[in-house]
Design a binder for this molecule. Sequence first.
Ligand code: FES
Length: 106
Amino acid sequence: MKVLVSDQRGKLVKLNDVVAKTLMQAMRDAGLNLTAQCGGCASCGTCHVYVDDTWRAKLKPIGEIEDAMLDVVEERKESSRLSCQIELTEDLDGLTVTLAPGAAFA
Ligand code: FES
């Protein structure tokens, strides 16, 4: 499957042949500059992404823990999700997201 990621500068990166279980892991595997400090426990908020509108309805609903974490991240929007909580399933082939401020090392 493939995933499209825009970094904070607007550069679009296409991840092909993704096999990772989560979006966060796929971005790390591809060497993207993603902080993801807690390693996927939904406890740091540094894997924050904005999900393109066309894909938002295809994701599993936001969980209570993810929602609480997103409440304390920088610049939360309607489209905000934690990429470590997005499981990559075949129906998400082509998923398109943008890295949020604070999700990358400076
Ligand atoms: S990696 Fe820490 S919340 Fe996702």
